[in-house]
Design a binder for this molecule. Structure first.
Ligand code: ADE
Ligand code: ZN
Length: 325
């Protein structure tokens, strides 16, 4: 049987991790104090009591206001470096980190403040044997004009960003809303991925748009693609990775989607296990592997395959990928 030690020891890549979602209550309190911000709570327990959500919208309503404590470059450094230390402890060798520039620029923080802090932490984490890169996400509930501006800013730092993604509230915000920005990002040499959250009413439609009309290279969540065998076949044919997040799913949907993950593995889809927003969803990457392996009785081979998939579907250069496979 699978043990926590076994999953912890497996070398892994993490491909679906929002850096803002790694803001632990203790760091939140420390930054609030450092920046003289009243967040309305003063103990870890009080902060944790505000973590009540049962769907994507109610989660996001807790998640965005918490970011107010992030003000300076050092704050973004501290956020990222404390995550990267946890990644190292989880045997994560490579991580592609999402960040939401608009969640910060929309409250008056400079793009440069955000990216310089995150990037400096990434440079320092090389000493921990963790290789990290940044994926800039557009907030899909903001306008495409705002995404356009954000892309222009991001392109000034194109040596520090490997791709673009799409996150936040999916309701009535289909991938195609951002087709122009994705095409522009691809033309600038950036990789493409998109959240297609499970249990959203138009999810299958959104998955189809992302795959067939926008040429994304990965899908984030999206496990309900199993409802459509033709789309699953397309994933396999085009080697498109799918980044599942079991503990996150168990908060915003009825379960961890272990059945869907197993079916996708059986069909040869490059599905991987990730932590999404670990400070909010009760666990880091090894906790996610263990939870799904334990609950759905995954075999050792299946767990090893999930970890292999995390490297195969990563955006590590092909030469470097060989080192992990
Ligand atoms: N932002 C952070 N986590 C997210 C998720 N799982 N879906 C959409 N937006 C997010
Ligand atoms: Zn996510």
């Amino acid at each position: 049987t699978i043990t926590p030690e076994f999953v912890q020891g497996l070398p892994k890549a993490e491909l679906h991790l929002h850096i803002e979602g790694t803001l632990e209550p203790d760091l939140k309190l420390k930054l609030a104090q450092r920046n003289h911000i009243d967040i309305g709570q003063s103990t870890i327990e009080e902060v944790q009591q505000t973590y009540q959500y049962n769907d994507l919208a109610s989660f996001l309503a807790v998640y965005y206001p918490a970011m107010n404590v992030l003000q300076t470059e050092q704050d973004f450094y501290d956020l990222a470096f404390s995550y990267l230390q946890k990644a190292a402890a989880n045997n994560v060798r490579h991580v592609e980190i999402f960040f939401d520039p608009q969640a910060h620029t929309s409250r008056g923080i400079q793009f440069a403040t955000v990216i310089n802090g995150l990037h400096r932490a990434i440079v320092d984490a090389r000493a921990l044997n963790v290789d990290a890169a940044l994926i800039m996400c557009f907030l899909r509930d903001f306008t495409k004009e705002s995404a356009r501006q954000t892309l222009l800013e991001g392109l000034k730092y194109s040596d520090k960003i490997i791709g673009v993604g799409l996150d936040s509230d999916e309701h009535n915000n289909p991938p195609l809303k951002f087709s122009q920005q994705f095409a522009d990002a691809a033309a600038a040499g950036l990789h493409l991925t998109s959240h297609c959250d499970i249990d959203q009413k138009d999810s299958i439609d959104h998955i189809r748009q992302a795959l067939e009309m926008m040429d994304v290279e990965r899908l984030d969540h999206g496990t309900n693609i199993v409802e459509d065998p033709d789309l699953v076949e397309l994933l396999v044919k085009k080697h498109i990775g799918l980044t599942a997040c079991p503990l996150s799913n168990s908060f915003v949907s009825p379960d961890m989607k272990g059945k869907e993950i197993t079916q996708l593995l059986d069909k040869g889809v490059e599905v991987s296990i990730n932590s999404d927003d670990p400070a909010y969803f009760g666990g880091y990457i090894s906790d996610n592997y263990y939870a799904v392996a334990d609950k759905y009785n995954l075999t050792k081979d299946q767990v090893v395959q999930l970890a292999r998939n995390s490297f195969t579907s990563s955006w590590i250069s092909p030469e470097k990928k060989q080192l992990y496979l």
